[in-house]
Ligand binder design. Sequence first.
Ligand code: A3P
Length: 407
Amino acid sequence: MFFIVLVYDKRGRFHTLTPTSLKLGNAKGPKIKSVVKTNAKFSLADSGFDSSVETQMNEKIGSEDELLKTRENERWRERRKKGEKFKGRKNKSNKRKRKKERRKWMEKYLKEQDKNDLEESNLNVNYSEQPLHWKAKLEGLEQRLPGAIIIGSKKCGTRALLKQLSLHSRILTAGREIHFFDRHYNRGLEWYRKQMPLSKPGEITMEKTPGYFITREAPERIYSMMKKFSLETKFIVIVRDPVDRVISDYAQGLAKNEKTKERRKSLEERIFLSSNEKIVDENSYLIRIGLYAKHLKKWLKFFALSQIHFVSGEELINKPWKELEAVQKFLNISVEITKENFWFNKTKKFYCVREKGEAEPNCLGETKGRKHPKIDQETIKVMRNFYSPYNKKFYKMVHRDFGWPEF
Ligand code: A3P
């Protein structure tokens, strides 16, 4: 037996899914928000869907037969508008046959759509231009400006933190980095809003763009957005030993160079003014990002320290649930994400997240938790010496000692 399932996702988009696409969908495709209609009585025993889908389906299946019809009619009208004609038989007297043929044609069309949906989700297409389905509107779903932003820092665990937070029932996260306040500010706030996931009133929309923390203009830009819309946006900064951060960032650069076959500069070439003397270049890209105290000073000109929460990147690796508890408290939401949501992947040596009741844990891809290159001990020592006073200043500013090694 073969099934097609109509679902709509967090953004209110429709998807037609088959057993194969749903399996793929678990990893890359849409996350099922609600099952609108199956094209046959839904029986998992012989459907070919895997068991993790079963739980989602059973919870969310609705009895909304008419929605399938609505959607079919919408598609039908769409194609008619485009001038595409239904090529069925034109015998008006045989209405039942015509209806059957039309349904067959529709099923074929939905299968095609299914393929397109999958391709699109893999390409991370922006769907914000698509009109919102009436059911989504009824539920109060809207794209809202963020209630919280992870503003930094690059290579400190920003993706892991956002993914872990997205487990919370009141948090909706944007899938990719938006880069509005650093790169795309000229596109306007309406563009920014349209990059956000759909949320209901009372839910918290979140995005992460680590570039904001080091962008001089970002605090003022965010401040003016908050003032204009009377928002009380909160900020989260995840920080990690700046020396580890440099190495992680450098490792990412190496991996990119491998793809483009560009010449690999040594770390020393990238961070020292002159490699003979080993004097750290404070303005080099790799070094600058880890000067947390300097960046924070610019944010404190616009925001109170109480509006910014700091997460330890090291703790997020070792005991993520502890950091997550503090973040949930900071966001003023119930502590739903607990130790039970984490599963340690012995191969990756990182925790992966698991939604309660779900069998399969969800780990970050291979671009996170890369193998780091071996770095000369002397270079590490010079970097530690360089960062030491900045780290101490930062601990004082945020009233937390992160305990990063000194020499
Ligand atoms: P490495 O790849 O150098 O180990 P970001 O998402 O900000 O780019 O940060 C990437 C870093 O997140 C990774 O750096 C890794 O150390 C860290 N990280 C924290 N928790 C993780 C997790 N659960 N899975 C994978 N990486 C995690």
